[in-house]
Design a protein around this ligand. Sequence first.
Ligand code: FCB
Length: 440
Amino acid sequence: MAQRFPAEFRWGTATSAHQVEGCNRNNDWWAFEQLPGRIRSGHRSGRACDWWRNAEADFDRMAELGLNAHRLSVEWSRLEPEPGRVDEASVRRYRQMLQGLRERGLEPMVTLHHFTLPLWVARQGGWENPKTVAWLGSHARRCAEWFGDLVDLWVTVNEPNVVAALGYLQGRHPPGVRNPVRAVRAIRHLLRAHAAAYRAVHEVQPAARVGIAHNLRPMDPARAEHRGDRWVASWHANWFNWMWLDVLHTGAWHGLLGPGQVAECVGTLDFVGVNYYTRDRVRFAPWAPHAAFGLHGPTPGAPVSDQGYGEIYPEGLVRVLREVWARYRRPVFVTENGLPDAADRWRPRFLVEHVGAVARALSDGVPVLGYYHWSLVDNFEWQDGWNLRFGLFGLDPDTQRRWARPSARVYARICAARGLPAEFLGGTDREGPWDSIEDF
Ligand code: FCB
């Protein structure tokens, strides 16, 4: 029997401005890409997927797949290239894109900050500067004024935990810092900026639904019986996964440096956006203070996506959806889920099993309102450049040629059935019905 989802369920894909638009020269990521050794293989975002010129061709692909939703971000550095100066042409272009989505029956969900900061913000200290809180709030307010007639679903900040971990602890994202004290300062401002953006959107558009997109990865001990592994896994899970959402729920902070309050954050989640990719096994490593005493890796023998990106673990999505609902009692969107898999070896089955995980969470009573696959088309994958291919469609960034991977057809079948068609249920061996699915 086919597995059906609620009629109003959003079936979408997700992208972010810098990864797809091309030629975003006025933000911290573009500057970072120019520094030697920062991006694998010396890659750069360049024209990316050429969306600034022609996102509409990919919107047509979404419509062909039968999607009814898409999550995208607006690039702050385009809209406000210098402090207080609005670029009207960029406002018009985003309105055109949002209208283009609507005309194709695709409901937009818009992220206000997805990793990139305008250079003028970055130069004044970025997330370490308390003024960035109010600046993001003003950006949010203006976006609600410009686009509110076309957008009801807003994400304030994408993955603040990844910004903190990769930008301020591991130094792999801008500003390339490895310093826990500076990280804590950035974390507080990221959380307060979320709250400022939440309030600003609601002041303009009281009926909007505003949430965050948070990267959640189960962290399990490498050795179930090992006390050190259990301790470090739960410590890492707390600070990476839960501390953030707990603060937004209760205002209480149990951060890296002890307890505290971030009072303005209380009750600033209309929904929780879950970005789910993988889980980690964590092994206690007392000799590795730089890794916060825990080394992360996949379960030995488990399937792993391209270049060791992560274990393929659909059960983890059920786990995080259940836990989010148990803790916060807020509606949930799966705002990102996907894997790097250039050969499309795993993706068809990955899609079926992760959509199946959403179905299980729904049948447990978790109000999941949508699923946005990362991503429609291969795009610029931050510090990994063009090495990791997340697209339902492949892309040659030099020629801009695209091709549908078999999984595009699988997702189209899921969207057409508004759930998992019977032919996709049951089998768990790698040879699924998708092997016979013709390209398009
Ligand atoms: C997430 C990011 C997104 C993309 C995917 C693969 O952490 O939000 O921009 O890079 O990973």
